[in-house]
Design a protein around this ligand. Structure first.
Ligand code: MD5
Ligand code: FE
Length: 198
């Protein structure tokens, strides 16, 4: 039974340590094909580095946010790891596979400001997030800007599902807790988000 915070379903420790280690290996292969990059937004360079797997990858530059069918280096995005697809189908109960698995890497001082995920065509599809490595302080707000927010530390192996009305709440990562996990040799935090794009 998941925790429920403002409609966001959180599955603490959904992935055990061996599953987390196997996933990190699969992500190493993803990053070898599609290296991490730091997107530029109108607000400046993001502190989070990212890449994607699947049919589309999330991208941002001075012209705005969008999904792209190729990595900024030119090639196709690699396939979404099979274990991630299996987790998606298990937790969402959907037959439809996600189009994008965004891989966010947070170094010790990286953060992600409050935002909505609204670059997808249909908000009735859920978004699934998987946390790996150091703890991250996840802040959940409201559908409209402003108002009270709630925060929860997401730990390595935790999985979250944004479904229904919670799909459009503002959310972000205020900070990570460096050194809180031994999963990643170089430290830091990885978050995967799987989405149906079009
Ligand atoms: C992260 N990533 O941890 C954060 C939070 C993003 C993003 O917000 O857009 O890449 S992932 C927490 C989360 C769980 C389930 C659904 C949603 C976010 N969501 O719909 O935004 O790197
Ligand atoms: Fe988001």
């Amino acid at each position: 039974m998941p925790l429920n915070i403002r409609g966001v379903e959180i599955y603490p420790q959904q992935l055990d340590r061996p599953a987390q280690e196997a996933l990190v290996e699969e992500l190493r292969a993803v990053q070898a094909v599609a290296p991490l990059f730091s997107p530029r937004t109108r607000g400046g360079q993001m502190s989070v580095r990212m890449t994607s797997a699947g049919k589309y990858g999330w991208y941002s530059d001075g012209r705005g946010y969008r999904y792209e069918s190729t990595h900024p280096g030119g090639g196709d995005w690699p396939a979404i790891p099979a274990s991630v697809l299996a987790l998606w189908h298990e937790l969402t109960g959907l037959d439809r596979a996600p189009d994008c698995c965004l891989v966010n890497y947070y170094g010790d001082t990286a953060r992600m400001g409050l935002h909505q995920d609204r670059d997808e065509a249909d908000f009735s599809w859920p978004v699934m997030s998987v946390s790996l490595g150091d703890d991250g302080l996840f802040r959940i707000g409201n559908e409209t800007r402003g108002g009270k927010t709630e925060s929860i530390w997401l730990a390595s192996g935790d999985v979250a599902l944004l479904t229904g009305p919670s799909r459009l709440v503002h959310h972000g990562i205020d900070r990570i807790r460096p050194g809180s996990s031994t999963l990643l040799a170089k430290g830091g935090r990885i978050n995967l988000t799987c989405r149906v794009v079009d």
